[in-house]
Design a protein around this ligand. Structure first.
Ligand code: ZN
Length: 321
């Protein structure tokens, strides 16, 4: 996709600025106080950590943010130095969010939608689950759309090995809760599930692989009144909420969309449309900024609650402490 402006990327929300990706969901992990000491969210108590404690923590972080405009802040793993990292992990932060995506055709949104969506989601969730955000793994295992212009697909063997090494590195660096915020389905989800479980077992860390569009399909039905699809109304809306400039409405026609076949009915390579509807007659893209915003916010809410709940249950059970 040729972008018609200099900066297609949305500014990161975490550098002491209000708004940005995920807007109000973004709060910093680290900020300098006037006395020179770092202010952090309280450390989860492990065995006794509860959802309530985590919510209190989020509120406290919000208060700190409100009180210190312009402070140096970030939750980006790639933007802190080794001394800051050493102070934070695992003493104050035990959770990392790893966005995973791919590059593939997506109707009238950007080929990197599956990278942008989980990255924005992770950034919005990070302060609320007291996590750092790891740099995304952008290339993935694409599937039947890999022939379309600009598509890439990594061989499964290479992808497995690479993802395993990234997760292992996160474990070795002291993170206890490794949360994969996956942005691409197809063959990738099953690979991530297997690799994450294997790394968890080998390195005695907890892993969770999430697929936001699937886990939040009820929100799709609620907001749009119908089911969605790959690059369908729901996914297009998610990108529209993050950066409306990436949505090329003028190029859209319903002809770009096709429902996926019933199991066993037919199979084509490449799939003969880049918008793949989950159900016939549903998910055609309509452009509604208010619905897009509501959808993004609701997905962030539900995904945040999932991560909080799973971590709380791990902590309560004191499993792999
Ligand atoms: Zn996608």
């Amino acid at each position: 996709m040729i972008l018609q402006r200099e900066d297609a990327r949305r500014p990161r929300p975490s550098l002491g600025r209000a708004g940005g990706v995920g807007a109000e969901g973004s709060k910093p992990a680290v900020q300098r106080r006037d006395d020179g000491k770092d202010a952090y969210g309280p450390r989860p108590e492990g065995r006794g950590a509860t959802l309530i404690a985590m919510r209190v923590q989020g509120i406290l972080l919000s208060l700190w943010v409100a009180g210190a405009a312009g402070a140096q802040t970030t939750r980006e793993l790639a933007e802190i130095n080794w001394m800051e990292f050493r102070e934070l992990v695992p003493a104050k932060i035990q959770t990392v969010l790893l966005p995973t995506g791919t590059l593939e055709a997506h109707g009238v949104i950007n080929n990197g939608a599956d990278i942008l969506a989980p990255t924005a989601l992770a950034r919005a969730m990070a302060p609320r689950v007291n996590a750092l955000v790891a740099p995304a793994i952008p290339y993935g295992v694409t599937g039947s759309l890999d022939a379309y212009a600009g598509g890439f697909s990594i061989s499964e063997a290479a992808y497995r090995a690479y993802v395993a090494d990234v997760l292992t590195g996160l474990a070795r660096n002291g993170f206890r809760n490794l949360i994969v915020v996956n942005g691409h389905g197809g063959p990738q989800t099953a690979i991530l599930n297997e690799v994450a479980e294997s790394v968890g077992r080998t390195h005695r860390v907890r892993t969770l692989v999430t697929n936001w569009w699937s886990y939040c399909s009820d929100i799709t039905l609620k907001i749009f009144g119908e089911d969605g699809g790959h690059a369908g109304w729901n996914e297009t809306a998610f990108i529209q909420a993050i950066d409306p400039r990436l949505v090329r409405q003028e190029r859209y026609t319903d002809r770009l969309a096709l429902a996926r076949p019933a199991e066993g009915a037919w199979s084509a390579y490449p799939f003969p449309a880049t918008i793949i509807l989950y159900k016939p007659g549903q998910g055609y893209v309509r452009f509604d900024q208010a619905k897009a915003k509501a959808y993004f916010d609701a997905v962030v809410e539900k995904m945040t609650a999932l991560v909080q709940e799973v971590i709380a249950r791990w902590d309560e059970a004191a499993v792999l402490r």
